[in-house]
Ligand binder design. Sequence first.
Ligand SMILES: C[S@@+](CC[C@H](N)C(=O)[O-])C[C@H]1O[C@@H](n2cnc3c(N)ncnc32)[C@H](O)[C@@H]1O
Length: 278
Amino acid sequence: MTAQTIAESAMKAISEIVRQESAIVIDEGKDYLVETRLRPLLRRLGLESFDALVDQVKSIGGAEVKRAVVEALTTNETHFFRDEKFYEALREGIFPQLIEDLGSRRELTMWCAACSSGQEPYSVLMLLAEDFPEVFRDWKLRFIVSDLSREMQDRTREGVYAQHEINRGLPAKLLVKYCEREGAHWRMKSELRDKLDVREINLVKPWMGLPHAIDIVFMRNVLIYFDLDTKKEILGRVKRVLAPHGTLFLGAAETTLNIDRSFIRHERQKTGCYRVVE
Ligand SMILES: C[S@@+](CC[C@H](N)C(=O)[O-])C[C@H]1O[C@@H](n2cnc3c(N)ncnc32)[C@H](O)[C@@H]1O
Protein backbone atom coordinates (compact mmCIF):
# COMPACT_ATOMS: atom_id res chain seq x y z
CA MET A 1 0.00 0.00 0.00
CA THR A 2 1.46 3.42 -0.87
CA ALA A 3 1.70 6.04 1.86
CA GLN A 4 -1.67 7.83 1.81
CA THR A 5 -1.87 11.60 2.09
CA ILE A 6 -4.76 13.42 3.67
CA ALA A 7 -7.13 15.57 1.61
CA GLU A 8 -8.07 19.04 2.92
CA SER A 9 -11.66 17.98 3.61
CA ALA A 10 -10.60 14.90 5.63
CA MET A 11 -8.06 17.00 7.55
CA LYS A 12 -10.82 19.49 8.42
CA ALA A 13 -13.21 16.74 9.47
CA ILE A 14 -10.61 15.01 11.67
CA SER A 15 -9.52 18.27 13.32
CA GLU A 16 -13.17 19.02 14.10
CA ILE A 17 -13.79 15.57 15.58
CA VAL A 18 -10.67 15.77 17.75
CA ARG A 19 -11.59 19.25 18.95
CA GLN A 20 -15.12 18.19 19.84
CA GLU A 21 -14.04 15.06 21.67
CA SER A 22 -10.92 16.29 23.48
CA ALA A 23 -10.60 20.07 22.91
CA ILE A 24 -7.17 19.43 21.40
CA VAL A 25 -6.50 22.04 18.75
CA ILE A 26 -4.66 20.74 15.71
CA ASP A 27 -2.90 23.71 14.17
CA GLU A 28 -3.03 24.34 10.47
CA GLY A 29 -0.18 22.81 8.51
CA LYS A 30 -0.01 19.72 10.72
CA ASP A 31 -1.14 17.39 7.93
CA TYR A 32 2.10 15.43 8.11
CA LEU A 33 1.69 14.81 11.84
CA VAL A 34 -1.92 13.67 11.41
CA GLU A 35 -0.98 11.35 8.54
CA THR A 36 1.89 9.81 10.48
CA ARG A 37 -0.16 9.20 13.59
CA LEU A 38 -3.24 7.85 11.78
CA ARG A 39 -1.56 5.61 9.20
CA PRO A 40 -1.16 2.70 11.64
CA LEU A 41 -4.90 2.95 12.36
CA LEU A 42 -5.71 2.91 8.64
CA ARG A 43 -3.61 -0.22 8.27
CA ARG A 44 -5.24 -1.86 11.30
CA LEU A 45 -8.71 -1.19 9.94
CA GLY A 46 -7.71 -2.18 6.38
CA LEU A 47 -8.77 1.21 5.00
CA GLU A 48 -7.43 2.70 1.77
CA SER A 49 -7.77 6.39 2.56
CA PHE A 50 -8.31 9.03 5.25
CA ASP A 51 -11.68 9.78 3.60
CA ALA A 52 -12.71 6.19 4.34
CA LEU A 53 -11.58 6.69 7.94
CA VAL A 54 -13.75 9.80 8.27
CA ASP A 55 -16.70 7.84 6.84
CA GLN A 56 -16.17 5.13 9.43
CA VAL A 57 -16.01 7.62 12.29
CA LYS A 58 -19.27 9.20 11.13
CA SER A 59 -21.05 5.92 10.55
CA ILE A 60 -23.51 4.39 13.00
CA GLY A 61 -21.37 2.36 15.37
CA GLY A 62 -18.30 4.51 14.66
CA ALA A 63 -17.74 5.44 18.31
CA GLU A 64 -14.78 3.09 18.83
CA VAL A 65 -13.05 4.26 15.66
CA LYS A 66 -13.64 7.86 16.73
CA ARG A 67 -12.03 7.11 20.08
CA ALA A 68 -9.06 5.48 18.34
CA VAL A 69 -8.60 8.56 16.12
CA VAL A 70 -8.64 10.89 19.13
CA GLU A 71 -6.26 8.70 21.14
CA ALA A 72 -3.85 8.47 18.22
CA LEU A 73 -3.73 12.26 18.06
CA THR A 74 -2.91 12.85 21.72
CA THR A 75 0.69 13.69 22.54
CA ASN A 76 1.86 11.46 25.38
CA GLU A 77 5.36 12.85 25.86
CA THR A 78 6.44 12.45 29.49
CA HIS A 79 9.33 11.16 31.59
CA PHE A 80 10.36 10.48 35.16
CA PHE A 81 11.03 13.56 37.32
CA ARG A 82 10.22 15.86 34.40
CA ASP A 83 11.16 19.43 35.37
CA GLU A 84 13.47 19.31 38.36
CA LYS A 85 12.12 22.56 39.82
CA PHE A 86 8.68 21.07 40.14
CA TYR A 87 9.93 18.20 42.31
CA GLU A 88 12.09 20.64 44.29
CA ALA A 89 8.98 22.74 45.01
CA LEU A 90 7.15 19.64 46.22
CA ARG A 91 10.05 18.48 48.38
CA GLU A 92 11.03 21.82 49.84
CA GLY A 93 7.81 23.79 49.96
CA ILE A 94 4.48 22.17 49.23
CA PHE A 95 4.73 18.85 51.10
CA PRO A 96 6.38 20.27 54.27
CA GLN A 97 3.69 22.98 54.40
CA LEU A 98 0.88 20.47 53.89
CA ILE A 99 2.28 18.20 56.58
CA GLU A 100 2.32 21.15 58.95
CA ASP A 101 -1.24 22.14 58.02
CA LEU A 102 -2.75 18.66 57.80
CA GLY A 103 -0.57 16.83 60.32
CA SER A 104 -3.41 15.91 62.64
CA ARG A 105 -5.65 14.82 59.76
CA ARG A 106 -3.06 12.44 58.31
CA GLU A 107 -4.87 12.32 54.98
CA LEU A 108 -3.64 13.55 51.62
CA THR A 109 -5.68 13.73 48.42
CA MET A 110 -4.01 14.33 45.06
CA TRP A 111 -5.15 14.24 41.44
CA CYS A 112 -2.84 13.89 38.45
CA ALA A 113 -5.15 14.99 35.65
CA ALA A 114 -3.26 14.01 32.49
CA CYS A 115 -0.97 11.23 33.63
CA SER A 116 0.04 9.86 30.22
CA SER A 117 1.95 6.58 30.79
CA GLY A 118 2.35 7.22 34.53
CA GLN A 119 5.92 8.42 35.00
CA GLU A 120 4.67 11.60 36.67
CA PRO A 121 2.53 10.05 39.44
CA TYR A 122 5.17 7.34 40.07
CA SER A 123 7.82 10.07 40.44
CA VAL A 124 5.61 11.88 42.98
CA LEU A 125 5.12 8.65 44.91
CA MET A 126 8.86 7.87 44.94
CA LEU A 127 9.57 11.38 46.19
CA LEU A 128 7.04 10.91 48.98
CA ALA A 129 8.44 7.50 49.91
CA GLU A 130 12.00 8.83 50.00
CA ASP A 131 11.55 12.20 51.68
CA PHE A 132 8.28 11.85 53.61
CA PRO A 133 8.21 8.14 54.48
CA GLU A 134 5.67 8.58 57.25
CA VAL A 135 3.17 10.17 54.86
CA PHE A 136 3.82 7.46 52.28
CA ARG A 137 3.50 4.65 54.81
CA ASP A 138 1.03 5.77 57.46
CA TRP A 139 -1.21 8.50 56.05
CA LYS A 140 -4.39 7.79 54.17
CA LEU A 141 -3.31 8.59 50.62
CA ARG A 142 -5.80 9.11 47.82
CA PHE A 143 -4.02 9.56 44.52
CA ILE A 144 -6.41 9.71 41.61
CA VAL A 145 -4.62 9.62 38.28
CA SER A 146 -6.42 10.00 35.00
CA ASP A 147 -6.06 10.45 31.29
CA LEU A 148 -8.37 10.59 28.33
CA SER A 149 -6.50 7.77 26.61
CA ARG A 150 -7.34 4.18 27.60
CA GLU A 151 -3.97 3.01 26.37
CA MET A 152 -2.29 5.49 28.75
CA GLN A 153 -4.56 4.46 31.64
CA ASP A 154 -3.58 0.82 31.09
CA ARG A 155 0.10 1.68 30.91
CA THR A 156 -0.13 3.64 34.16
CA ARG A 157 -1.97 0.80 35.89
CA GLU A 158 0.60 -1.75 34.70
CA GLY A 159 3.60 0.45 35.55
CA VAL A 160 5.89 -1.37 33.12
CA TYR A 161 8.65 0.61 31.42
CA ALA A 162 11.24 -0.11 28.76
CA GLN A 163 14.89 0.60 29.46
CA HIS A 164 14.85 3.73 27.28
CA GLU A 165 11.98 5.11 29.36
CA ILE A 166 13.82 4.30 32.59
CA ASN A 167 16.87 6.08 31.19
CA ARG A 168 14.81 9.24 30.92
CA GLY A 169 15.01 10.57 34.45
CA LEU A 170 14.84 7.65 36.87
CA PRO A 171 17.99 7.59 39.06
CA ALA A 172 19.62 4.14 39.50
CA LYS A 173 19.14 4.32 43.26
CA LEU A 174 15.37 4.63 42.87
CA LEU A 175 15.24 2.08 40.07
CA VAL A 176 16.69 -0.70 42.21
CA LYS A 177 14.59 0.27 45.20
CA TYR A 178 11.17 0.69 43.57
CA CYS A 179 11.23 -1.43 40.40
CA GLU A 180 11.65 -5.10 39.61
CA ARG A 181 12.87 -6.69 36.41
CA GLU A 182 10.28 -8.14 34.10
CA GLY A 183 12.04 -9.64 31.09
CA ALA A 184 13.59 -6.77 29.17
CA HIS A 185 11.43 -4.28 31.09
CA TRP A 186 11.06 -2.85 34.57
CA ARG A 187 7.90 -2.86 36.64
CA MET A 188 7.01 -0.50 39.46
CA LYS A 189 6.64 -2.46 42.68
CA SER A 190 3.12 -3.08 43.92
CA GLU A 191 3.67 -0.86 46.98
CA LEU A 192 3.59 2.05 44.48
CA ARG A 193 1.10 0.68 41.94
CA ASP A 194 -1.45 -0.09 44.64
CA LYS A 195 -1.48 3.54 45.70
CA LEU A 196 -2.76 4.79 42.32
CA ASP A 197 -6.46 4.99 41.57
CA VAL A 198 -6.34 5.09 37.76
CA ARG A 199 -9.42 6.44 36.02
CA GLU A 200 -10.67 7.76 32.73
CA ILE A 201 -11.36 11.48 32.93
CA ASN A 202 -11.73 13.63 29.85
CA LEU A 203 -11.07 17.18 31.01
CA VAL A 204 -13.73 18.60 28.71
CA LYS A 205 -16.44 16.17 29.77
CA PRO A 206 -18.03 15.94 33.27
CA TRP A 207 -15.51 15.00 35.98
CA MET A 208 -17.38 12.17 37.63
CA GLY A 209 -16.65 10.96 41.14
CA LEU A 210 -13.82 13.32 42.04
CA PRO A 211 -13.53 14.35 45.70
CA HIS A 212 -14.27 18.02 46.36
CA ALA A 213 -11.34 19.04 48.54
CA ILE A 214 -8.21 17.92 46.71
CA ASP A 215 -4.95 19.04 48.31
CA ILE A 216 -2.85 18.98 45.14
CA VAL A 217 -3.92 18.93 41.49
CA PHE A 218 -1.21 18.14 38.96
CA MET A 219 -2.38 19.31 35.55
CA ARG A 220 0.90 19.56 33.76
CA ASN A 221 1.53 19.90 30.07
CA VAL A 222 -2.03 19.43 28.90
CA LEU A 223 -3.60 22.93 28.87
CA ILE A 224 -1.12 23.87 26.11
CA TYR A 225 -3.19 21.81 23.67
CA PHE A 226 -6.41 23.77 24.33
CA ASP A 227 -7.77 27.15 23.25
CA LEU A 228 -8.27 30.03 25.67
CA ASP A 229 -11.97 29.40 26.39
CA THR A 230 -11.30 25.74 27.18
CA LYS A 231 -8.42 26.67 29.52
CA LYS A 232 -10.75 29.14 31.29
CA GLU A 233 -13.47 26.57 31.68
CA ILE A 234 -11.10 23.90 33.00
CA LEU A 235 -9.40 26.26 35.48
CA GLY A 236 -12.87 27.30 36.70
CA ARG A 237 -13.66 23.66 37.40
CA VAL A 238 -10.29 23.08 39.11
CA LYS A 239 -11.24 25.82 41.59
CA ARG A 240 -14.31 23.86 42.56
CA VAL A 241 -12.42 20.64 43.35
CA LEU A 242 -9.37 22.18 45.07
CA ALA A 243 -9.33 22.38 48.87
CA PRO A 244 -9.16 26.00 50.15
CA HIS A 245 -5.44 25.55 50.95
CA GLY A 246 -4.93 23.46 47.80
CA THR A 247 -2.24 23.81 45.16
CA LEU A 248 -2.47 23.51 41.39
CA PHE A 249 0.63 22.57 39.43
CA LEU A 250 0.86 23.41 35.74
CA GLY A 251 3.63 22.63 33.26
CA ALA A 252 6.67 24.88 32.92
CA ALA A 253 5.25 26.49 29.77
CA GLU A 254 1.76 26.99 31.19
CA THR A 255 0.24 29.70 33.37
CA THR A 256 -3.06 30.95 34.76
CA LEU A 257 -1.97 34.51 34.01
CA ASN A 258 -4.46 36.35 31.77
CA ILE A 259 -6.77 33.34 31.99
CA ASP A 260 -8.12 33.23 35.53
CA ARG A 261 -7.30 35.96 38.01
CA SER A 262 -8.39 34.02 41.05
CA PHE A 263 -5.21 31.93 40.89
CA ILE A 264 -1.97 33.40 42.21
CA ARG A 265 1.49 31.98 41.93
CA HIS A 266 3.03 30.61 45.09
CA GLU A 267 5.54 33.21 46.13
CA ARG A 268 8.28 30.96 47.36
CA GLN A 269 8.18 28.32 44.65
CA LYS A 270 10.01 28.97 41.41
CA THR A 271 7.76 26.81 39.32
CA GLY A 272 4.23 26.74 37.97
CA CYS A 273 2.25 26.24 41.16
CA TYR A 274 -0.81 28.20 42.06
CA ARG A 275 -3.28 28.85 44.87
CA VAL A 276 -6.77 30.23 44.69
CA VAL A 277 -7.49 33.63 46.24
CA GLU A 278 -11.11 34.73 46.34
C1 LIG B 1 2.13 15.71 27.13
S1 LIG B 1 1.20 14.57 28.11
C2 LIG B 1 1.55 15.18 29.74
C3 LIG B 1 1.93 14.08 30.68
C4 LIG B 1 2.39 14.50 32.06
N1 LIG B 1 1.36 15.26 32.75
C5 LIG B 1 3.69 15.29 32.04
O1 LIG B 1 3.64 16.50 32.26
O2 LIG B 1 4.74 14.70 31.78
C6 LIG B 1 -0.47 15.13 27.82
C7 LIG B 1 -1.53 14.10 28.18
O3 LIG B 1 -2.80 14.76 28.19
C8 LIG B 1 -3.78 13.85 27.75
N2 LIG B 1 -4.96 14.62 27.28
C9 LIG B 1 -5.09 15.35 26.15
N3 LIG B 1 -6.32 15.88 26.07
C10 LIG B 1 -6.99 15.48 27.18
C11 LIG B 1 -8.30 15.70 27.67
N4 LIG B 1 -9.21 16.41 27.00
N5 LIG B 1 -8.65 15.12 28.84
C12 LIG B 1 -7.76 14.37 29.55
N6 LIG B 1 -6.49 14.13 29.12
C13 LIG B 1 -6.11 14.68 27.95
C14 LIG B 1 -3.09 13.05 26.65
O4 LIG B 1 -3.70 11.80 26.43
C15 LIG B 1 -1.66 12.95 27.19
O5 LIG B 1 -1.42 11.73 27.82
